[in-house]
Design a binder for this molecule. Sequence first.
Ligand SMILES: [Zn+2]
Length: 298
Amino acid sequence: MSVISNSNGQSASHRNALTAEEKRVIIDKGTERPFTGKFTDYKEKGTYTCKYCDAPLYLSDSKFDSHCGWPSFDDEIPGAIKRIPDPDGSRTEIVCANCGAHLGHVFTGEGFTSKNTRHCVNSISLNFKPGQTMGKEVKTETAIFAGGCFWGVQHYFDKAPGVLKSEVGYTGGTKANPTYREVCSHTTGHVEAIKVTYDPTKTSYESMAKLFFEIHDPTQTNGQGPDLGPQYLSEVFYADENQKAIAEKLISILTAKGLKVATKVKPAVTFWPAEEYHQEYYQKTGGAPYCHVYTKRF
Ligand SMILES: [Zn+2]
C-alpha cells in the first residue's frame, strides 16, 4: 500500500485522539456554542490545521471578524476543504478534504470581504501553528467563463481533472454585489459566470478554455439553449494577455472549422459569487443539466 503524504509531510492516514467534546463536533457533526471557541477572536499569524489529521486548512491571512461567534475565513488553502451539500439543500457543510473531519458550513453572498465567502468553522475542529505559513504554498490559477445557466457550466467543470474548486456568480456588469433577481431583471449588465480555480501543474488554461467551448454552444447569439437573455451570453473573461491569446486562438480554430463563434473575449472584472443555493446546484438536487451537453470540438 502506498502512503500518501499531504503538504504538511504527514501520512494522509495519521489521526489524533479526540476528547468526547471534540468527537461530538468533528465526527458526529455537532456545533460548538457561539463565542465559546478559542479561535473566534484569535489574531495571531500562522496556519490553522485539522484537529483530527493535522492537515493545513486555513492561513491566518484569510481570517476576518464576522461577529457570528465562530472563526470565519474567506478562503481555504487550495484543495484542503471539501464541500458537501446538506441533505435539506439549504446549507453547505465543509469537511477536511484529507480526513473528512467536520469543520462547519460555508456561506456566500454576505459581503463581509471582497471574496464574499465565509467559512464558519468550529474552533474545536482546529489547531493552530504559529509562524508565517506552513506546508508548501500551492500555486493556483483561475479562469472565468460565462456560457449560459451557471448550474450546467459548474456541473461540467467540477468533473474536469485539475480543478480544485469552482464558484458560480455574476460578472461583467455595473452593480456591486448583485442578486440573482437583479441579474435576471437585465438592469445590472452582469452575465451568469463561473470562476474555476485549478492546479496549473495538473491542467492548463487552454484545457479549461477548450472545455468551456465544448460544453456550450458558442455560436448562439441570444442566450444559451432554452435560456434566452443577455445574462446567458457566451463570454470569456481573461485575467492576463496569455489567457486572452489562448481564448482568441481557440476561437480562430473553431472559426476555421466553420463555426460562427459569438463568444466575446473581455478583460476580467469583479466576480460576485452567487447566492449559496446556486452553488453546486445539480450536486445538491441530484438533477442533470437541461441546458448544456458536451460536444467534442477540438
Ligand atoms: Zn483532517
